[in-house]
Design a protein around this ligand. Structure first.
Ligand code: B4P
Length: 182
């Protein structure tokens, strides 16, 4: 079973939902940059105050903030891990490669979850988080296409990408993911 994983896909596709399930089943460290940033926001740290405003506009938080959060946690992990929502652009992917080389823990697989835009918008409006207003959601989708989607080609060149449909209920998607990982 693959132990060092990365989830890629547009906002609202279910990365967080599926990552939590898989990490529980496989006992992997779940590293969600979105969750870690929201924890900083909730604690009203200076980093959180800066991040909240950016997140509520649907923009990406600065690479230096995100990298410092990830580096601290990955460096202490000896077992498997799942990166959810990180990297979000090529610069973050390159920084991740340097870090993983340093700790000698290469990525085993990149799971790309896909879903049509209109279904993504529907799911996120229903969730209703602070950054789930329709105009902000549509902006997040544009940011995804411009900055994050190029990572698909990047990881394809390394032969790491497995594509999964994000359509259907949570259990169905979860079993699709597990079948890919056998
Ligand atoms: P994230 O926290 O990563 O969230 P997301 O991409 O919007 O959602 P995800 O795909 O995880 O969907 P979820 O399972 O929750 O990012 C939020 C913001 O943080 C970014 O916009 C950015 O500002 C910042 N950020 C995060 N990482 C960053 C980085 N590396 N660099 C810079 N900035 C960063 O599912 C969505 C909804 O659908 C939920 O309500 C869920 O219950 C529902 N759902 C899930 N599966 C379903 C299914 N099968 N059917 C129906 N509903 C389903």
């Amino acid at each position: 079973m693959k132990q060092r994983l990365l989830f890629l896909g547009p906002p609202g596709v279910g990365k967080g939902t599926q990552a939590a399930l898989l990490c529980q089943k496989q006992n992997l460290l779940h590293l969600s940059t979105g969750d870690l940033l929201r924890a900083e926001v909730a604690s009203q740290t200076s980093l959180g105050i800066e991040a909240a405003e950016i997140m509520n506009r649907g923009e990406l938080v600065s690479d230096s903030i995100v990298l410092s959060i990830v580096e601290k946690r990955l460096a202490t992990s000896n077992d498997g891990w799942l990166l959810d929502g990180f990297p979000r652009n090529l610069l973050q992917a390159e920084a991740l490669e340097v870090l993983l080389e340093k700790i000698n823990q290469p990525i085993d697989a990149v799971l790309l979850i896909e879903l049509a835009d209109e279904l993504l918008v529907e799911r996120l409006i229903a969730r209703g988080r602070a950054d789930d207003k329709e105009t902000v959601i549509r902006h997040r989708l544009e940011v995804y296409k411009e900055k994050t989607a190029p990572l698909i080609d990047h990881y394809n060149q390394h032969g790491l990408v497995m594509t999964i449909s994000g359509e259907g209920d949570i259990e169905a998607i979860s079993s699709r993911i597990q079948q890919k990982l056998i």
